[in-house]
Ligand binder design. Structure first.
Ligand SMILES: [Zn+2]
Length: 596
């Protein structure tokens, strides 16, 4: 459905205003101070017959002489703001590029492109997934952390636009109070007449936002320059929040959390000295700089790339920081778990929780391999592997913990070697034993989560019973041929509300009805897929985040590549967890399974 293109010349007066706004708001940096520094992505030398210094240009004394000869004491050199544009249409596809599946032609595209190009901006396009508000919100949130300005486009005003507007508000209220300087919703209808009618308001919003961006940025300094600034008397502040300070602070910083600055509760630095501000990535320090300038601090700079850049450059962190948590995260842990520490849902507290956790994996085979690998990588502190098998060559098609060289050795030994090679911080306890009525409680006791990766019904029923008795969450997975299933059983902790394994399979099927992998065969990747889903559920349970697969059975059909979810409520008549269930001990379960 191609709409009539809109002629950007309709909006030429707005374009002229935008261009003017950008140029007049550029920072003017005194030349003497600019010597030798990378000033900006591009510097236009005003009044110098169109002279333009290339992107990333470093000013040298010769340049200063040339500029001084032209009577210029300073140069306008704002860093070019970065802009992300959200659109469910093709708003930012280069002309002529084919539309992707589900995309539609966006008549407002030439206008938006012309507007942004008039500002000298190359926007980055972020697609919005229509009808998936959660993913749209998280994409907006990510953009708000990374860009100076986030523009969200909607082709309709009314309900769709107010939903998007609410998403923007939600997205910029980030976990640590981090925010984009500006986020703006532009309503750009496909109908040129409608667009013209509402343009005045839309254009104003964009101009305001652009002026905020162009005028609000503090000068930036590289992490390598910090020491020189401090030597010249600058004071160095870390504007991240207290819980982030616990992960380590750049050496020489004092804490000055942005939230306290915003709330007006921070004790302000002494006047007179230049201030250097650092945050995680260089966005919040800009916000803090703006607040400090409002309070009369003239010389405020932001450290480009923030704490990330500081760490990447291998610069020193303050030792013995604010709390005991600092000592938990040595340099190795900070680097190793970096991507977890960035997640608000994990963070320092969550990672510490993982590091203090104990997960028992029953079976170090097809399901246990990927599950153990990822739990080890994630930093789960103690992994207990229970398996009495030795590695056979026929295992290697799917049991990726084991190598060809390990054929013939005990699986738990082979698994231990590989897991410690991945993450030497772990404690791996290999138990070379078959799970039995006698040892099941002793092996599972003390676990935070149990992962069932066994290949026989007797073991599954024993593990299920012990998890009920010991009140442990059990992450179940099973594979056969091209299909698999995953669920979380938690009847031990949530009797009557969460199902157990026997709510699904009250009794083991006869041997002919339920062949195992050895008999039926299995596509090699399938246990990988299911085992990783089990690891995902285990991490969620350990962290207490998200919705665990409790009361739901996820089935995977690899041939059709279909994932289906079945409701699996607790069965009131379940022989394991129902109201009339009787537990006769583990030996009775083994006998009962053997009789099938
Ligand atoms: Zn049950």
């Amino acid at each position: 459905m191609a709409a009539r293109p809109i002629d950007p010349s309709l909006f030429s007066s707005s374009l002229r205003r935008l261009g003017a706004a950008h140029r007049t708001d550029a920072e003017r940096v005194p030349l003497a101070r600019a010597r030798g520094r990378v000033l900006a992505e591009a510097i236009v030398v005003a009044g110098a017959d169109g002279a333009r210094l290339p992107s990333g240009h470093r000013l040298f004394p010769a340049d200063l002489g040339t500029l001084a000869a032209r009577g210029l004491a300073d140069v306008p050199c704002a860093r070019r703001p970065t802009v992300a544009v959200f659109s469910s249409g093709d708003a930012l596809r280069p002309p002529g590029q084919a539309l992707g599946a589900g995309e539609r032609h966006d008549a407002a595209r030439p206008v938006l492109l012309a507007l942004l190009q008039a500002m000298g901006l190359d926007p980055v396009a972020w697609p919005i997934l229509p009808g998936d508000p959660q993913r749209a919100a998280s994409a907006l949130h990510d953009a708000a952390q990374a860009f100076d300005l986030v523009i969200a486009c909607s082709e309709a005003d009314g309900e769709g636009a107010s939903r998007l507007s609410a998403l923007i508000d939600g997205a910029i209220a980030a976990p640590f109070g981090e925010r984009a300087p500006r986020a703006v919703l532009l309503v750009l209808p496909n109908d040129p007449v409608r667009l013209e009618a509402i343009w005045a308001a839309t254009g104003e919003a964009l101009i305001d936002a652009m002026q905020g961006v162009a005028g609000g940025l503090a000068p930036e300094c590289d992490v390598a320059e910090v020491a020189a600034w401090v030597a010249r008397g600058a004071r160095f502040y870390d504007v991240r929040e207290a819980e982030e300070h616990r992960l380590g602070m750049p050496e020489g910083t004092e804490p000055l959390p942005l939230s306290a600055l915003e709330a007006g509760t921070a004790s302000l630095p002494p006047q007179g000295a230049p201030l250097l501000l650092i945050c995680a990535r260089g966005r919040r320090s800009q916000r803090a700089a703006a607040l400090l300038r409002e309070r009369g601090f003239d010389e405020v700079a932001s450290v480009r790339g923030g704490f990330d850049a500081w760490r990447s450059a291998g610069l020193p962190l303050a030792s013995g920081g604010a709390s005991a948590a600092t000592s938990t995260f040595d340099a190795d842990a900070l680097a190793r778990y970096d991507r977890h520490l960035r997640l608000a849902q994990v963070g320092a507290a969550g990672q510490q929780r993982l590091m203090a956790s104990r997960v028992v994996l029953v079976g170090a085979g097809g399901l246990g391999s990927p599950a153990a690998f990822y739990l080890a990588a994630a930093g789960v502190g103690t992994l207990v592997l229970v398996d009495d098998d030795r590695v056979e060559r026929s295992n290697l098609q799917r049991q990726i913990l084991h190598t060809d060289a390990a054929v013939g050795s005990p699986k738990v030994a082979s698994a231990r070697d590989r897991l410690l090679a991945l993450n030497p911080r772990l404690r791996v306890e290999g138990v070379e034993a078959r799970l039995s009525p006698e040892n099941v409680e002793a092996l599972l006791r003390g676990a935070d989560v149990v992962i069932d990766g066994s290949d026989n019904f007797a073991t599954r029923y024993l593990v299920d019973a012990a998890c009920r008795e010991l009140a442990l969450p059990l992450v179940y997975g099973a594979v056969e041929r091209f299909t698999g299933q995953v669920s979380v059983f938690d009847a031990g902790r949530q009797r009557g509300r969460a199902p157990c394994y026997r709510c699904l399979f009250p009794e083991p099927p006869g041997a002919d009805a339920a062949p195992n992998c050895a008999e039926a065969g299995v596509l090699g990747v399938l246990p990988g897929l299911i085992g990783m889903l089990q690891a995902t559920e285990a991490l969620k349970l350990l962290l207490g985040i998200g919705d665990p697969l409790v009361g739901r059975l996820l089935t995977v059909d690899a041939l059709g590549m279909r994932f289906r979810e079945l409701a699996l409520p607790a069965d009131p008549d379940c022989p394991g967890c129902g109201a009339h269930a009787v537990f006769d001990g583990y030996a009775a379960i083994e006998t009962f399974c053997a009789s099938r």
